[in-house]
Design a protein around this ligand. Structure first.
Ligand code: AMP
Length: 586
């Protein structure tokens, strides 16, 4: 183990001097350790310095500016805008506004408003006139409000340009400069950009005062001895299932699994222990001497899997680590490179597997760029593969036991066979059953996978594929999704995506048929429009599901735009409709 590992203590949010309400909200968000950009940026923003952050989404950059700015917010009787964030898209504006709201949960009367184009002015005008503390907006709409006089910038203390290079690409730069000029001279500016083209540099040089520059980037390439793969999974349960199957089908020695939070290290280690692995958590809350003992146990083979956070695994050097599994994607490419560098050591080869949600795919590109290696896509090991491995492992356990002294049992079985005339095979099978107990030896195909096999025969490759012949069960309706066999979709992906996206219990997900270019799935009849919208936009294997009722045309997102009928589903049958249990959560 390197000295580095011994000397590094985890940093903590409480070290920054943030107020109690903010620390409480951080705690509630489940964040236990600041990300690299947060560690570096929060102190400077708290001091009131201008900052430039060269970092992209996924690094924790929003909290890096939102937390210290919320900390410095001065509440007055009537709220006036003190923080203005400009973001290139409506999605980012909403996301940033939500983050401010989340981190400001315990700040009394905090008013955060997102303003963006494509939405009526009336609501935004009403909110602005009532008074807001923080405005997050897209440049065009912010400009409009300034011109109308509905947004006044004279009280602005902090100005954030988020994803400046994206704003440049979208042609917003002139607007951004115009807005900057309307704000008071005396203001703090934070500029974020994944890249630093010259026009962004020029804005920084013109408007920022002696900025602190923080770059979250990666220079180190990864070793050729590490074989890198990624697997698309969505949601906690799917990730756990994937991890379990990967561990079963892979020839592993020591395994390091990375998660984002301390709590998750404990949860996942418990999950793995339940599966029968020797697993332990490694996080900054565990006393140093115990951490050292855990690492020693990994070295000696007493433990096979460590579940760690980045900070806790810093400098860890254990030769027998054959696999690094990124259960959660790291916050920056440097962390990724650092994480996977824990394998493929001392001339050995290693495997690095990244579990990735479809929405995290953009991060994959950055990682590939930084590690200068292609990361291959892998598929979830199938039930068959897992079972083949289980049988192989079982047989090799028999072979191994045969090399040991079994003479006592040998005599016992011989006696038994002559007394009962049972064959040796029969006795062996009975003993195997005895040893196995009640838990099944093989992984079972899920119901929907069996169903899929029966149903797929006909549709896939057939001529008349346009519609499925069968009718859906009562209370259910047939829906079509734009992802099929040719996109590598499996029933498990469909069930997983639906169950995770709208928190629908899998018992409400009925028959699934997979065709070449699309699939059909039976779901509760008369699904609420909001639910359908979520499923329309959700992705499977990186492709939009574009869910629509079978027979109805899905014409993209406008299908879910403001409709005159008040947004009710076109065909809903209240009598037969079975609402998913948790539908109200969406
Ligand atoms: P961002 O780069 O700001 O888009 O953040 C990426 C994701 O990381 C968001 O989902 C945040 O909620 C999450 N996040 C930010 N900071 C932390 C932290 N210190 N610990 C765990 N998650 C975090």
């Amino acid at each position: 183990m390197s000295k580095d590992y011994l000397s590094v203590m985890p940093e903590d949010f409480s070290d920054f001097g943030l107020s109690q309400p903010i620390l409480k909200a951080i705690d509630q968000s489940g964040y236990t350790e600041p990300t690299p950009i947060q560690t570096q940026m929060i102190p400077s923003v708290m001091e009131g310095r201008d900052v430039i952050g060269q970092a992209q989404t996924g690094t924790g950059k929003t909290a890096a500016f939102a937390l210290p700015l919320l900390n410095g917010l001065r509440q007055k009787k009537k709220a006036s805008p003190q923080i203005l964030v400009l973001a290139p898209t409506r999605e980012l504006a909403l996301q940033v506004a939500d983050s401010f709201k989340k981190y400001g949960t315990y700040i009394n009367n905090l008013k955060v408003l997102a303003i963006y184009g494509g939405e009526e002015y009336s609501g935004q005008l009403r909110q602005l006139s009532k008074g807001v503390n923080i405005v997050v907006g897209t440049p065009g709409r912010v400009m409009d409000h300034i011109r109308r006089g509905s947004l006044k910038l004279d009280t602005i203390q902090s100005f954030i340009l988020d994803e400046a290079d994206e704003m440049l690409k979208m042609g917003f730069l002139e607007d951004v400069e115009w807005i900057l000029e309307q704000a008071p001279q005396q203001k703090q500016i934070a500029l974020f950009s994944a890249t630093m083209p010259s026009s962004i540099r020029r804005i920084a040089a013109t408007h920022l005062h002696d900025p602190v520059e923080i770059t979250i980037r990666s220079k180190t390439a990864t070793a050729s001895t590490i074989n890198q793969k990624f697997l698309i999974t969505n949601g906690m349960n799917a990730k756990k299932e994937a991890l379990g199957r990967i561990l079963e089908v892979s020839e592993t020695d020591g395994v390091l699994t990375f998660v984002r939070t301390k709590m998750q290290t404990v949860e996942l280690a418990e999950f793995l222990t339940e599966l029968g692995y020797q697993a332990a958590p490694l996080n900054g809350d565990i006393p140093q001497n115990q951490r050292l003992r855990t690492v020693e146990q990994l070295k000696s083979g007493k433990i096979d899997i460590l579940v760690a956070t980045d900070v806790a695994a810093r400098g860890l050097d254990v030769e027998r680590v054959s696999h690094v599994i990124n259960f959660d994607i790291p916050f920056d490419t440097e962390s990724y490179i650092h994480r996977i560098g824990r394998t493929g050591r001392a001339g050995r080869t290693g495997e690095a597997i990244l579990l990735l949600a479809p929405r995290e795919k953009s991060m994959l590109k950055s990682i590939e760029r930084a590690s200068r290696r292609k990361i291959e896509m892998m598929h979830m090991p199938s039930v068959n593969e897992v079972n083949k491995k289980r049988i192989e492992a079982y047989k090799s356990r028999i072979t191994k036991t045969l090399t040991e002294d079994c003479s006592f049992f040998d005599d016992l079985i011989r006696d038994y066979c002559s007394e009962t005339e049972a064959s040796v095979e029969q006795v062996a099978a009975a003993l195997a059953k005895l040893v196995q107990g009640n838990s099944p030896m093989l992984l079972e195909e899920k119901k929907y996978e069996r169903r899929e096999k029966r149903e797929r025969k006909q549709p896939v490759g057939g001529r008349n594929n346009r519609r499925s012949s069968g009718r859906s069960d009562e209370g259910m309706e047939r829906y079509r999704i734009a992802v099929g066999e040719s996109h590598g979709v499996k029933p498990g992906n469909i069930v997983g995506a639906i169950a995770n996206e709208v928190d629908m219990d899998s018992e409400y997900i009925g028959r699934i048929s997979i065709y070449d270019e699309y699939s059909t799935v039976d779901l509760p009849a008369g699904m609420p429009r909001q639910l359908m919208k979520v499923l329309h936009n959700a992705r499977i294997n990186g492709r939009m599901m574009k869910l629509s009722r079978e027979g109805e045309k899905s014409s993209g997102s406008e299908r879910f735009g403001n409709r005159k009928n008040g947004g009710k589903p076109r065909r809903s049958n209240p009598k037969t409709s079975r609402k998913p249990r948790t539908a109200s959560a969406v």
